[in-house]
Design a protein around this ligand. Sequence first.
Ligand code: ZN
Length: 396
Amino acid sequence: VSALALDNIGLLVTNDPALGAGPLGIVRDAALVFDGDRVAAVERAGAAADERIDVRDRCVIPGFVDSHTHLVFAGDRAEEFAARMAGAPYAPGGIWNTVTSTREAGDADLRGLTEARRREALRAGITHLEIKSGYALDVPGEARLCALAAEVTEDATFLGAHLVPREYEGRPDDYVALVSGEMLAACAPHVRWIDAFCERGAFDADQARAVLEAGRAAGLGLRIHANQLGLGPGVQVGVELGAASADHCTYLSEGDVEAFAGSETVATLLPATDFSTRQPYPDARRLLDAGATIALATNCNPGSSNTTSTSFCIALAVRELGMTAEEALEAATSGGARALRRPDLGRLTPGARADAVVLAAPSYTHLVYRPGVPLIAATARAGRLEWRDPELWPPG
Ligand SMILES: [Zn+2]
């Protein structure tokens, strides 16, 4: 295996305080050496390697780890978005529109749509994605979506408990039994995780608990959609069951914050969703001050957050959630990796997967300071440069 070095890095974020300054482990005038698909070393600029790429004093950060997406879907909900911007409220029932289009789409079309979104995410600096099912809500359809997600990521998630489908209207407990039984059995072989949407209008605490406990018995890790539209039991259910992550957290009680602080459950914040649904933003400062771990993710989906821009999420986190640029960057990289329990991701340290982003900027602060401007010059995934911006690369 030959070594590739990103050389003359002005500012390298390793996310390992043992390797550099501050919590981000910052090294200046650095070289980042890859060996195959792994990081081999962090060295001084001018390191020896078979192949050297001079990044000309730019900033290099770990690839973004997007720990919450719903990328496998068909159809578009721009009209619903426009109506919401004109004053209509957000309601989980809109998911049904995507279920209808996704059920109708053929395998090749869905695979093509998913791959196009994966490429879009790579251009945005995302080197690892979690992908949920949840837009079929019947046994063969959910199994199909889980299999398609698993073609793109090792972190596929079964989300049969996304919404009670029309076929089960008025019989939610029958649907919960289906999700926890036959549907789980069909989906579990494809996925690492199970998730449930615990919210008024979706599933209550007992229903979410039943689904997640069945998933755990089938060997899956747990995640939960919690506290998006109001205060509720979701965070407490997630923490009590030892979920890797409870996601949204737009509304948190004191008890919810304390529960996160005393647990291994990551609080995953999805500010692009609060933006796109005209909701208030979560108070990240309160979580950080209590000692909770935060991840930032896009929640890319057609209804409530149709974006793959982690940079946008970072800008919102700093402007609206009370995070510093350092905290937001950490949450979008190592925080996402912790939410997926992936110690091999979200850091640029020897042995980690060689996932890095070269910014067309001297510092990560520019992700916030230059909002909306494309700054992802190149994205390396598993040691290979998989995306180069034609205008921003090679570094001039
Ligand atoms: Zn979601």
